[in-house]
Design a protein around this ligand. Structure first.
Ligand code: ZN
Length: 336
């Protein structure tokens, strides 16, 4: 085959773009040791560095078929403006998911109050950036912050992204503090609705997944990062059972390849079920594009073209190209 196949562009619904610099380093034995290295890197970030580095990484996204990104940003307002400028220069659609951080982390992550956070959201939106709300996690945002942010998201019709249930320790701490699990706390505080995307949900129990399904919320899975950080397995079959919409993210950017994220998701489902073609190719492509766009509130985003003459597609029948992309191709199959 020759020529090109036009696909909807992939949407990278969850990226912390600065973390790209950590790939290849060894960061100790577990997530929490990696997090220390990540915090040290975050401490060094400057507006100029973000402007420069994010543009380069966004160009990598575009070459890999990602034409839109949700930048989950917790480095401060000046750096958020730089991230938006980098996206514009690279030519990628972007929503800045500005993180609310009430406690923990680094001083630069934190706002003095939830009102100050919402003020930052408005300030950023006034620059022309497309914005969403990102209460970082139940670790970083106390209950009263979550309540305010949930109400604001609903009132202003803004998307809301939040990390939850990535690591067992976060669940234990939430149970100790509130007597409920993280996604239960999100539901109780008005942070779980149709505009919500729960990032990871790796260790969500059945009750939490039921809450997500009942709310009409989404889950963003980031399989290559979840593997790298020893988070656990995507609860693929339990998401499928409940028909919870799924989107994908490159998260720590250890890999930039939407096909690999989808392959990992489907591969986990196959290993867990003993069956093949669990999600179906059509659904996987929807997760990669439409669901990501919906999670970011995007109505339009550019397409991605496949090089049908690429060696990894040699001998593949036209009708099988989509399945072959997920099963057997890397992101170098895309052409701009
Ligand atoms: Zn994240």
């Amino acid at each position: 085959m020759n020529g090109r196949l036009a696909l909807p562009g992939f949407v990278n619904a969850h990226s912390h773009t600065f973390q790209r610099s950590l790939r290849g380093r060894t960061h100790g034995d577990d997530f929490w040791a990696w997090r220390d290295a990540m915090l040290a890197l975050a401490a060094e970030q400057t507006p100029d560095g973000v402007r420069r580095e994010y543009e380069l990484t966004y160009r990598e996204f575009l070459r890999a078929g990602y034409t839109a990104v949700g930048e989950f940003h917790y480095l401060g307002l000046a750096e958020a403006t730089s991230a938006a400028a980098a996206a514009e220069a690279a030519g990628i659609e972007q929503v800045v998911l500005l993180a609310a951080y009430g406690r923990g982390g680094l001083p630069r992550f934190r706002q003095p109050s939830v009102a100050a956070f919402l003020g930052q959201v408005e300030e950023l939106a006034e620059t022309g950036a497309r914005v969403g709300l990102a209460p970082h996690s139940v670790r970083a945002c106390p209950e009263d912050w979550l309540q305010e942010i949930g109400a604001y998201a609903e009132r202003e019709r803004l998307v809301l992204h939040v990390h939850a249930d990535e690591q067992p320790r976060e669940i234990e701490e939430c149970l100790a503090e509130y007597g409920v699990r993280p996604i239960e706390l999100l539901a109780r505080t008005g942070c779980l609705g149709p505009l919500t995307t729960v990032v990871h949900a790796t260790h969500a129990d059945d009750g939490e997944l039921d809450l997500i399904a009942d709310a009409g919320a989404r889950v963003c899975v980031c399989p290559t990062t979840e593997a790298s950080l020893a988070d656990g397995f995507v609860p693929a079959l339990r998401l499928l059972e409940r028909r919870i919409p799924v989107c994908i993210g490159s998260d720590s950017n250890i890999r930039i390849d939407p096909l690999e994220e989808l392959r990992e998701l489907e591969g986990t489902a196959r290993r867990a079920s003993g069956r093949r073609n669990v999600f179906g190719v059509g659904d996987l492509f929807e997760f990669g594009s439409d669901e990501g766009a919906a999670s970011l509130g995007l109505e339009r985003w550019p397409g991605a073209d496949v090089d049908l003459g690429h060696p990894s597609l040699r001998g593949v029948e036209a009708a099988d190209v989509r399945a072959a992309l997920v099963e057997g191709c890397g992101a170098d199959v895309f052409v701009q």
